[in-house]
Design a protein around this ligand. Structure first.
Ligand SMILES: Cc1cc2nc3c(=O)[nH]c(=O)nc-3n(C[C@H](O)[C@H](O)[C@H](O)COP(=O)(O)OP(=O)(O)OC[C@H]3O[C@@H](n4cnc5c(N)ncnc54)[C@H](O)[C@@H]3O)c2cc1C
Length: 410
């Protein structure tokens, strides 16, 4: 739940609470989280790519898909042409038949990402509302059919959907010790959760910083002893607490200074350590929270829209029930749903975990949500206390009492 803003979709928040209610006990120390060994690219995408290549899949990079053209007859919808720009900017197209299947990732949270480094702030000159190759393509697709979604709902307000991320590379002992004071763990031990996500409370009215260290090394080729810290700020237009500039206007070094300040580094040494003992790269992501923007039914197209013969929408901006966005799992689920449906694979997509329908999980979640208190210790009006007493008497020596007891509530 690390990227919700105060203006984010309440509907998505509800989905999150329902989806992960069984994990509430693991949130204080993040033992609820699962991580891959290395970063997601090396641990998930590369192995998958290698597997697919070995099975004859051909990858083409650098192509910009401009549009997919559809035809509708008697309620049947057919993708009949893909229009694209080649890497050298030539406009070309490919005609499609009913047997050609098209899987469209409409919308992309990292579209138009602007990168900065230790000495440069990111160049934001290309950032505009609803602009970028994924949005441009989706807009051209959406105007062809009212069931193909409303991209502008997600990409229409960059001020609301952006935030910024930075990676600090350090092997400095003093800095690592300062982090360990907060996380109480050595990030070099190779443990899964090695410190964080730490939300910096003092930064709430500034950049609203958080930071975390995933299992180290994060990259197979990372030099031994180096630690990569992931820092991100949700408000990129406000001055920081130490660096009195908007985060988006800062170099990597300046972002590192603000972070060192918040982990309690001596102020007199901040500048020197940020410049000499850290290398900080940054990225401004205009659409990173696009999928959290408030939405209504039909703003995202269904994975397989009604009447589709040969195409499906996949990824974070396709609609599948109950699952939550900003997860790799959501994209995988939509992919499975798309392939199983279009190819008539007689297999069910695994259900989104059903803890919200499990009374044991709900009771346990309630216990942790009220800071592990028993019902009798809660503040109650006399009538409520009477009702509780009455209910407990009613369930005495029954299976219901057993289940409530197991939750810790009584
Ligand atoms: C900073 C960050 C932290 C995250 N943390 C987590 C996490 O902890 N756990 C988790 O589960 N998920 C996390 N995610 C989310 C997860 O990475 C994404 O949801 C997932 O990668 C989406 O996968 P996808 O294949 O659906 O879409 P994408 O990865 O967005 O891929 C879409 C691809 O389509 C390409 N494309 C788009 N338009 C066009 C076009 N017109 N022509 C050609 N190509 C086009 C894009 O370039 C891109 O390569 C995180 C994401 C970010 C950015």
């Amino acid at each position: 739940m690390f990227a919700f803003q105060r203006w984010s979709s309440a509907l998505e928040m509800k989905r999150y609470i329902q989806r992960y209610c069984h994990h509430i006990d693991g949130l204080p120390d993040f033992s609820a989280l699962r991580f891959t060994k290395y970063n997601q690219y090396e641990s998930m995408i590369l192995p998958l790519e290698n597997y697919l290549r070995a099975h004859g899949v051909k990858f083409e990079f650098g192509f910009n898909v401009q549009n997919v053209i559809f035809d509708e007859k008697n309620g049947k919808k057919l993708a009949k042409k893909i229009v694209y720009l080649t890497p050298d900017g030539k406009k070309e197209s490919v005609d499609l038949l009913e047997d050609d299947l098209v899987f469209i990732t409409n919308g992309c949270c990292t579209d138009t990402t602007c990168y900065g480094d230790q000495n440069h702030a990111p160049d934001l000159s290309k950032v505009k509302n609803c602009s970028g190759e994924s949005w441009d393509m989706w807009k051209r697709i959406a105007i062809q059919d009212e069931n193909f979604g409303h991209p502008e709902k997600f990409c229409g307000d960059v001020e609301a959907s952006n935030w910024m991320s930075a990676t600090i590379d350090t092997s400095n002992e003093e800095i690592i010790k300062a982090m360990m004071k907060i996380c109480k763990r050595d990030p070099r031990e190779g443990k899964v959760t090695t410190g964080g996500i730490v939300s910096v409370k003092d930064s709430q009215d500034g950049w609203f910083l958080s930071w975390t260290i995933n299992r180290q090394p994060q990259f197979a080729s990372q030099p031994k002893g180096h630690v990569l810290v992931w820092v991100y700020g949700l408000y990129t237009n406000k001055p920081g607490n130490y660096v009195k500039k908007a985060m988006r206007d800062c170099t990597g070094e300046e972002i590192c200074e603000e972070w060192l300040y918040h982990i309690g580094f001596p102020v007199s040494e901040i500048k020197e350590y940020a410049s000499k003992n850290c290398n900080t790269t940054t990225s401004f992501m205009p659409y990173i929270n696009a999928f959290f923007m408030p939405r209504q039914v039909k703003d995202r197209p269904l994975v397989v829209p009604e009447g589709s013969v040969n195409f499906a929408f996949i990824g974070q901006f396709a609609e599948t029930p109950r699952d939550t966005i900003f997860t790799t799992e959501y994209s995988i689920r939509t992919g499975m749903e798309a392939v199983y449906t279009l190819m008539n694979v007689y297999r069910g997509v695994p259900e989104t975990w059903g803890s919200v329908y499990d009374v044991r999980e709900l009771l346990k979640a309630s216990y942790y949500a009220i800071d592990k208190k028993q019902l009798k210790d809660l503040k109650m009006k006399p009538i409520e206390r009477w009702a509780l007493k009455f209910a407990l008497k009613k369930i005495k020596d029954t299976d219901v009492e057993k289940v409530v007891k197991e939750s810790g509530l009584i």
